[in-house]
Design a protein around this ligand. Structure first.
Ligand SMILES: Cc1cc2nc3c(=O)[nH]c(=O)nc-3n(C[C@H](O)[C@H](O)[C@H](O)COP(=O)(O)OP(=O)(O)OC[C@H]3O[C@@H](n4cnc5c(N)ncnc54)[C@H](O)[C@@H]3O)c2cc1C
Length: 390
């Protein structure tokens, strides 16, 4: 999808769009506010002047991290496969939406695998996908062993920003199959509701207001020409509205707001591991190097939740990394919102103010790029300097 298509469909899948364009330099960040079926300005209860700005400066930087999103242009893979006498259920390739979709694709995968199975279950991988899949199998009464190369905090899942939205999960909304669309929408809806019952500090899950800022008027598409994979998410973005000029907390152009959740990955993964162990789960640390090693496991039902690792382990040629770099500033507890602007975004978390906006398809580097740090700091500084003072 190119930028024009993005504006035509005006959807959150913009994020997917940019992933497909490996050559594209600047990609619009995913932008739920632009996925508007009918976006009308309404009065806000609070004054725009009461929203505290983020203080952006180099001396407030506390760390920068890099992660590789496991991306497949055709979307995540949740599928059952017979490998010798072992049933493998794949559950990987969630791109920039794995934290978001985790409970949902765990449900799809366990529905595919558990029916009629007796005996222990293996889960490969201990990121958010492996842990939620393992927990679902435990809740269904199965004994589970996780086999994993790395444990949290050394997973991609720990790097994620953690905003609830299935962004950058596929490339072109116009080309997605009906069966994938069904899986995607079912997973999104299930995960959306499942996270709501864990809005608890122990899981690091809470509701958060999002401000989406644009230099140009926010384009709306009212609906019927949008692909189902886009319009099917409308009900998962409550309180979406365009802000009138005097309601816009930012001094830049136009703004919209919507409410969503944030799942802080370090807290979420700790809680999931604790729950997994309390339910009797076992963990074996070590890399599986071939499908022969998978077949040799004592468990005859195996959930493959290896993220980008599935590329080598199951020879998935479609899987590519989409590199992301996040810089954190000193926490500001008074900042409780998220802001999205052009190709950058800010989430306020307990472990810092997260500044993001890097999406580099095909780039395997885990090194911090200092030029990107400076560039993102400057862009965020411009946004937050523009905030209105009363
Ligand atoms: C910068 C950035 C920001 C992001 N922001 C968001 C966001 O705001 N919201 C959102 O929903 N998502 C976000 N994501 C995406 C999210 O992080 C991923 O989609 C998700 O973490 C994928 O989870 P996973 O469990 O599949 O992979 P991983 O977390 O990578 O876990 C894979 C596991 O498999 C193990 N493994 C791999 N190969 C093998 C092997 N051969 N043998 C044994 N074990 C193996 C690994 O050690 C690991 O434990 C972001 C990602 C990045 C990089």
């Amino acid at each position: 999808m190119n930028r024009r298509t993005f504006l035509r469909t005006a959807n959150l899948a913009a994020a997917s769009a940019m992933v497909s364009g490996c050559a594209r330099k600047k990609a619009a960040i995913f932008n739920p506010a632009m996925n508007q079926a009918a976006l009308a300005p309404v009065n806000l209860p609070e004054s725009p002047c009461h929203i505290p700005p983020v203080h952006v400066s180099e001396d407030r930087v506390i760390r920068t991290v890099v992660g590789l999103r496991p991306h497949r242009p055709s979307g995540f893979r949740v599928e059952r496969e017979q490998v010798g006498d072992t049933v493998v259920v794949h559950n990987y390739g969630h791109g920039g939406g794995g934290i978001t979709l985790s409970w949902g694709t765990a449900k799809l995968a366990t529905d595919l695998g558990l029916r009629g199975h007796t005996g222990r279950v293996a889960v490969l991988g201990c990121g958010v996908i492996g842990l939620t899949t393992a927990r679902m199998a435990q809740d269904a009464g199965y004994a589970v062993t996780i086999y994993t190369k790395a444990m949290p905090p050394d997973t991609t899942s720990n790097i994620a920003g953690g905003q609830w939205y299935p962004a950058m999960v596929y490339d072109d909304p116009d080309k997605m199959s009906a069966s994938f669309t069904d899986q995607y929408l079912a997973a999104a809806k299930y995960a959306y509701e499942r996270y709501q019952i864990t809005t608890d500090p122990r899981y690091g899950v809470r509701w958060m207001r999002n401000y989406s800022v644009s230099r140009t008027p926010i384009v709306q598409n009212r609906g019927s020409d949008r692909p189902r994979i886009v319009s099917g998410l409308d009900s998962l973005l409550p309180e979406r509205r365009l802000l009138k000029q005097d309601e816009n907390p930012f001094g830049i152009g136009y703004a919209a707001q919507y409410d969503g959740m944030i799942m802080e990955p370090p807290m979420l993964l700790n809680a999931l591991i604790t729950d997994f162990r309390i339910a009797g789960g076992k963990v074996v640390v070590g890399e599986l190097k071939s499908t022969d090693e998978v077949k040799a496991l004592p468990e005859k039902l195996v959930f493959n939740c290896t993220g980008l690792g599935a590329k080598a382990l199951f020879d998935d040629k479609e899987l590519i990394p989409v590199r992301g770099q996040l810089t954190f500033l000193v926490p500001q507890p008074e900042v409780t919102y998220a802001a999205l602007f052009e190709d950058i975004y800010m989430f306020s978390r307990h472990d810092g103010i997260l500044l993001g906006g890097t999406h580099q398809a095909g780039n395997w580097s885990l090194e911090v790029d200092q030029a990107t740090v400076k560039e993102k700091l400057a862009a965020h500084a411009e946004l937050f300097r523009s905030m209105k003072a009363c």
